[in-house]
Design a protein around this ligand. Structure first.
Ligand code: ZN
Length: 336
């Protein structure tokens, strides 16, 4: 008798337990947040949206932060330093140049911006839509030894890459450019930035700059003010100049026949820094003009479209106008 009563009591308790567990499970599925309090992630993209194609430069403006002491953005693990911009009759604002790398995958990404004012900081969040650019496919025929490198050439190329990387690690924290951007050579633009390259039948790295056809010895001008970070004579780029324009923004000029500046020289927009040539891996005289913006390889021609020329109001959000799509017809024999 006693045993049965105890068993029944146990049974009742365990049934009660089970019911309670059921109730918790049911409740938690109906009110998951209330029962398991979580801090929800901060909403993204609340402060605006930008869009652009692979290889473009976007102008991002942070308004109403006149008192800010530092503004920094982060986009796809790249740091975007903002700079103060004054326009007559307008409150000062902060502007950042966001480069979309030619190989960033299309999609929507966050641009997180931190606005610091002394000890205080606040976060802004923008959505950036990256659209696909239609890059051309190029078939190039080059002497076999210029494409299929032997061991010695590979070692040289690797050492040269390391040399450039080291030189560019030392970037100016100041914005060195002041005026509008200049086309370095007046010539025929080949429109092959970002093109997929098939050399002697084998796929190679995409073309990371723009080639401008010009006669041997033509003047090459710096696109803007800056400091010559390094001058080189490398296996692929030939005689080349790397200019640091500050805040992680570089321009480079390759295949020169002559270099007219030295490492460390301060130069101004339009200054002649070299002469067009065909040194390195080039099939004829032309300028290879490249631009890197905080690590992103962008189409240099988008710089010429940037709205920094006059005091005209910047409309925000704004993308630099789309450059013409790379043409598939490749009449010019000079490139690399
Ligand atoms: Zn090129």
């Amino acid at each position: 008798m006693m045993m049965t009563a105890l068993k029944q009591a146990q049974l009742r308790i365990s049934r009660l337990d089970r019911m309670m567990i059921m109730a918790v499970v049911l409740l938690s599925s109906v009110f998951p947040v209330e029962l398991f309090p979580n801090t929800p992630p901060p909403p993204k993209g609340l402060d605006g949206q930008y869009s652009g194609k692979q290889g473009q430069v976007l102008v991002v403006k942070v308004k109403g932060e006149e008192q800010a002491t530092e503004v920094t953005g982060t986009f796809l693990d790249r740091t975007i330093p903002f700079f103060r911009e004054f326009r007559p009759g307008e409150p000062a604002g902060y502007v950042g140049l966001l480069g979309i790398d030619m190989q960033d995958d299309p999609g929507t990404y966050e641009l997180a911006v931190e606005v610091k004012q002394g000890e205080q900081a606040k976060q802004l969040s923008f959505n950036v839509l990256v659209a696909k650019e239609k890059f051309a496919v190029e078939h190039l025929k080059l002497p076999k030894e210029k494409v299929d490198l032997d061991e010695k050439a590979v070692a040289r190329w690797k050492a040269e890459q390391a040399q450039v990387k080291q030189a560019l690690a030392e970037n100016s924290r100041l914005k060195l450019w002041h005026s509008n951007f200049v086309e370095p050579v007046n010539g025929k633009r080949t429109g092959i930035f970002g093109s997929v390259r098939i050399m002697n039948g084998k796929p190679r790295n995409p073309h990371n700059g723009e080639d401008i056809g010009a006669p041997m010895g033509a003047d090459v001008a710096a696109t803007n003010d800056g400091i010559v970070r390094i001058t080189v004579d490398h296996i692929f780029s030939g005689r080349g100049v790397f200019v640091d324009h500050g805040l992680g923004f570089y321009s480079m000029y390759f295949h020169l026949s002559e270099i007219l500046v030295k490492d460390g020289d301060l130069i101004t927009a339009g200054q002649i820094i070299g002469k067009v040539g065909a040194t390195g891996r080039a099939t004829g005289p032309h300028l290879h003009w490249g631009v890197k913006l905080n690590g992103a390889r962008v189409n240099p021609y988008t710089l010429l479209d940037l709205p920094f020329k006059s005091s005209a109001t910047l409309s925000t959000p704004v993308a630099a106008p789309v450059s013409e799509p790379a043409s598939a017809s490749q009449a010019l024999p000079v490139r690399e």
